[in-house]
Design a protein around this ligand. Structure first.
Ligand SMILES: [Zn+2]
Length: 285
């Protein structure tokens, strides 16, 4: 506070006059600028208040808009899982698009961001707003309860699987499950969204005890997956798009394309038949 004292000494404070006498003329206060040393001290003192106002706590939306990915990830990861889901719902579609691109490029590496973003993309798809709504809602509840995990393990060569809590339980048995996602999916939110549809289909049916026989069950799951992925990544945009899916091999990408593009055949029955043929090749004993 040395500067403060120096300035105080340099700018004489007028003494309040007694009330019964008119105030004497006050001499003009000495200007700090007249004393170079005092002027410098004054400038240093005032500069403490001239800087930008301290930054207000920034919203997640603001952090996305400014591309502050480090700040976004830190803040997002600290939220509880239900709050993460809420925060992802609140972002605008362009903000989610921007976040998707940052996830794809590796600027954002967060399991929580990728999973909730994938869930929200699935929820906003035509499928998620219609026949898939209960499936996505159930997926979100599972995430909130810690029943969506990331695992390197591939079951049946797939990138995701729903693991029933009641082992060996078959059709007609109601059971909770845990969904495991391969880390590759975390880099591609639209692909992850398609697996929300696929594994979510199995998980909801396990919960309700309505699983179908394997082949029919897998066909339904693949069709739901195809609907979401076809919408988020239309076939017209897929040529040479392998590079948009970090970690996905050309062969895996071809498989996904074959299965999902068949379903967008203008003739729905033919499209479905093609999907069934593909699924049959994968799952027939
Ligand atoms: Zn499946």
């Amino acid at each position: 506070m040395a500067e403060l004292k120096a300035i105080g000494a340099n700018t004489a404070r007028p003494v309040a006059p007694p009330k019964d006498r008119p105030a004497p003329e006050q001499p003009a206060p000495e200007q700090p600028a007249q004393d170079p040393a005092a002027a410098l001290r004054y400038t240093l003192f005032a500069s403490r208040f001239d800087g930008p106002a301290p930054a207000a706590p920034r919203s997640l939306e603001g952090l996305v808009d400014s591309g502050n990915w480090g700040g976004f990830k830190t803040k997002f990861d600290k939220l509880s899982r239900p709050k993460q889901l809420e925060a992802m719902e609140k972002l605008s579609p362009p903000q989610r698009e921007k976040l998707s691109n940052a996830t794809r490029s590796g600027e954002v590496k967060s399991k929580a961001v990728s999973i909730t973003l994938g869930a929200e993309l699935a929820a906003r798809s035509t499928w998620g707003q219609g026949e898939g709504k209960a499936t996505v809602d159930n997926f979100k509840r599972m995430y909130a309860k810690g029943r969506v995990e990331v695992s390197e393990k591939k079951v049946g060569g797939g990138w995701a699987y729903a693991d029933p809590a009641k082992k060996g339980s078959e059709r007609g048995v109601k059971t909770d499950s845990t969904i495991y996602l391969h880390p590759t999916l975390l880099r591609s939110p639209d692909l992850l969204a398609s697996y929300v549809a696929h594994e979510g289909t199995h998980a909801l049916r396990m919960k309700e005890g309505t699983r179908k026989p394997l082949f029919a069950e897998e066909t339904d799951a693949h069709v739901a997956q195809a609907r979401v992925w076809n919408q988020l990544s239309p076939p017209s945009k897929r040529d040479g798009a392998e590079g948009n899916y970090p970690g996905v091999s050309a062969k895996d990408f071809r498989n996904l394309r074959t299965m999902t593009e068949a379903y967008v055949n203008p003739n729905a029955d033919a499209g479905r038949a093609a999907v069934r043929a593909q699924v049959e090749r994968w799952y027939a004993p």
